[in-house]
Write a protein that binds this ligand. Sequence first.
Ligand code: PLP
Length: 377
Amino acid sequence: MIYLDHAATTPVPREVADAMYEVLTEQFGNPSSQYQLGLEMKRRVEGWRRTVAAALGCEGKQLFFTSCGTEGDNWAIQAGCWQNRHLGTHIVTTAVEHNAVLEACKWMEKQGYEVTYVAPDGNGDITAEQVLAAVRPDTALVSVMLVNNELGNVYPIADIARGLAAENPKTLLHTDAVQGFLKVPFAAKSLGADFITVSAHKIGGPKGAGALYIGPRVRNPRPLLAGGGQEGGLRSGTEATAQIAGFARAVELRSEGLAEKLSHMAEIKAYAVEKLSAIPDLKVIGAGAAPHILSVSLVGWPSQNIVNDLSAQGICISAGSACHQGRPSHVVAALKLPKRTAGGVVRLSFGPETTTADIDACAEALKRHHDSRMPML
Ligand code: PLP
């Protein structure tokens, strides 16, 4: 199998699975229990918290484990709006966020909030000026992703944070950094966002684990789940110790030689651009700077057919985000591409293990698809 869908999820290294297995079987204590097995697990959870926090450039006490990126996004949006409920009921986000943000915003609309969706240009870019121009005195929250999951565009979060601090200092800023964490190096402090969402399964960790950074400007954050008081009373529920152990081990492994891994992915992406551009009717979409995501269109050939054909040959790529399950992607729609271009968009995404041979095989399969099928769009 050739796996070119690392933005959807990543393989879990043996070391991560081993760390989880140990916690599932031998070190199975509940961190809230008062005997040695539980106390030891509590100590280890705090160690894993520090590991993930260090990779995010924040303190352990600012990091709260969640069950996934989707949970972090939902929590941040609700907590940000809650803190600023006296300031107003306006949210600024973008038209190209992940559905975890868009649907959470739609839910806020049902609660009476007004949401402004900033549109990207034809390359998927969004400027800080565009976002800041949409902010009003009654804007409770701005939510802009760090890296777009379909296009790889990197958005100017630090500039948005600086602009808000100057003009709208009470407005809180959330960034969904699920595709940026350990891909586009940043530190929570210098990024300046009040909430940062990350997820384990995009960096070699298990599915079902994530974290939310909550910065110092968020006073008395609204708890996501009420109950036994875990996660500083903000996110009750017995800690998913094995998932958290796997998350922390994945962070450690990914962080080893990170600069080399990122430049390898960037080289793979450049190689893929060159190789794929030689295919007739193939167009590179967007100008994404993230090293691991590349969207292209085989103009005229329906993306789902391409994905199915390559899948039959053991090559995994996606037709836009895996989360759309066959529905047209709102991200591609926001680019306002001609219909035949939009209909042919597929995403390739890379990991540290991806080789040029993987790209060669994918390019050959795409070329064969082009040559053997009639365009249908
Ligand atoms: N945000 C972005 C940008 C994503 O790419 C994803 C997953 O694809 C998510 C949020 C959701 O993360 P999770 O699958 O951990 O819920």
